[in-house]
Design a protein. Structure first.
Lengths: 312, 312
């Protein structure tokens, strides 16, 4: 008998569902909108309704469905308790309790960045590694750490919250969403490189393609870099240096086999990899020099893969 | 029948041996000198001779002795291979292979900072925690990370090598033993605070008790701090800030329950704890604010405790 697992990625805009075989084959993918009204109180019932549809459509029951895993954008402890998920409007939610009344199935929950890392380690670019750090370079910087195949969750479920490492000795003039002003994500996220660009163009007189752009994005900067725009190259250089130093710090702490870079900024591909590698080798402890640095392979699906893997 | 384990701490000056019951009671402690001549080739045979003496004296054999654990000042992989232990004169040594020919016992090896952390987590100040980071503030800064009761060894056995996190964006004028010049241990070790003091006294005209001291040590600085010596307070303040930011970074990565501070500097006790805590709370990610920060309890014996615990 074939066995299956459902992986769910609860996002602020949509809830993604993936039905997987135990070998990691994606059988079916579907999405419903996230209703965040009224403190997000419809989210779990909407998810439940959709789970029932999937189970019916694919003849799943407690015998051939090994369980349901879930990734949530917030801190998760004991693979069930969510402590604040701002994007969902949640304060404290016990997800296992909610589903235990309704389904005779294993239900396991983890932070969304952690399950994305688990997904990449299961069938993605990191499938040949046991210990990786996934770094998601989006609006913020998310992180997921896998040690010997297992998520490093931490006491509060905020293991791998690398975006909020106080990377900088001197505070920035801008404040991070977390309230601090020395955070890694303030200089290493997509927003980070955009702010580096704004500051650079304000402080320097230099001509640049970027001066023509209204809302400068990471992509604009990398495009200008590839056209040898001098300002863009200096801006990107600052960014690569910050990002690489953050990776070198993390490497000294957990000594992983590989870093997996995901999120919007990772679309820069080799431009990102080559430049980050150069700075990384300058900053890292000698033992960590041979770490692999790769671009994530599963894109936005990493979450559903990793969520399913939780229960397998 | 009572069961025992032997824990060995291989240091550059002496080899410490501890005989423990499986409950963590220290039955006997002994020491032999470390002979580092000829590439440290006598070290394991000296250790072996002493193990035989302990076994004979305490009537130990492969039935009542559960094994021998060892802490080594170098990177250790697969709990047997030592890759460079400079203080012992070793390049590459397979410790398990050496003993397997001679003893019918479980032999497990780990980095010395890691076993010290394991010792504190077993019967020391951290015995009520499952996940801790031990930070040894000595000539350098050593680190050992315990996650869910297990050592985080890392790919190269250099997990927890926090002394070589590139904490500083701007390079220091001095070079670290590792060849870099942005290392955490350059500002957070005993040597670190001494160098901060030398720089401060050179750059400032200010009167200070410390100007009378020939070779300023961390203790001199903390003693002067407690006499409200203004220069000493500024020097210590820089030190506390660096150390606290390093801890806040590590907390964002692994989200431990507690930090355990050991090594010479930790003799400063509450002066250290209180000041580091103040800066830590300023720098840390909000989720990590309630971490416990404690002074190590086992002192120089942490290594033999943790080494014994490896095989229990």
């Amino acid at each position: 008998m074939k066995k299956y697992a459902i992986g769910i990625d609860l996002g602020g805009r949509s809830i993604k569902f993936g039905l997987f075989t135990e070998d990691g084959e994606l059988v079916n993918k579907s999405t419903v909108n996230t209703r965040i009204d009224d403190g997000g109180k419809y989210i779990l019932s909407d998810a439940y309704d959709h789970i029932l549809k999937i189970m019916e459509k694919h003849d799943l029951n407690s015998t051939n469905l090994m369980g349901i895993g879930m990734g949530v954008p917030g801190s998760v402890t004991q693979q069930r308790y969510v402590n604040k998920a701002v994007n969902l409007g949640w304060d404290f939610v016990d997800i296992k309790e909610y589903f235990d009344d309704k389904l005779d199935l294993k239900i396991l929950v983890e932070n969304d960045a952690n399950v994305a890392a688990l997904g990449e380690a299961w069938v993605g670019v990191a499938k040949d590694y046991q210990s990786i750090v996934m770094v998601t370079l989006g609006t913020g910087v998310g992180g997921g750490i896998i040690v010997d195949g297992k998520i490093l969750s931490g006491k509060h479920g905020s293991g791998g919250e690398i975006g909020h490492m106080p990377l900088l000795k001197e505070p920035l003039s801008r404040t991070c969403g977390c309230g601090n002003n020395r955070c890694f994500e303030q200089v290493a996220s997509a927003t980070g490189i955009e702010n580096i660009a704004l500051d650079y163009l304000f402080e320097n007189e230099e001509d640049s393609i970027l001066r023509e752009v209204e809302n400068i994005t990471a992509k604009d900067i990398f495009d200008a870099f590839e056209k040898n725009d001098h300002a863009a190259m200096n801006i990107a250089d600052q960014y690569f240096s910050h990002l690489a130093r953050g990776l070198a710090i993390i490497a000294a702490v957990v000594d992983p086999e590989a870093f997996v870079l995901g999120g919007g900024v990772s679309n820069a591909g080799d431009l990102l990899l080559d430049n980050v590698r150069t700075y990384y080798e300058k900053y890292c402890f000698v033992n960590n020099r041979d770490v692999d640095i790769k671009i994530a392979a599963l894109g936005n699906d990493a979450g559903i893969y990793g969520a399913a893997k939780l229960v397998l």
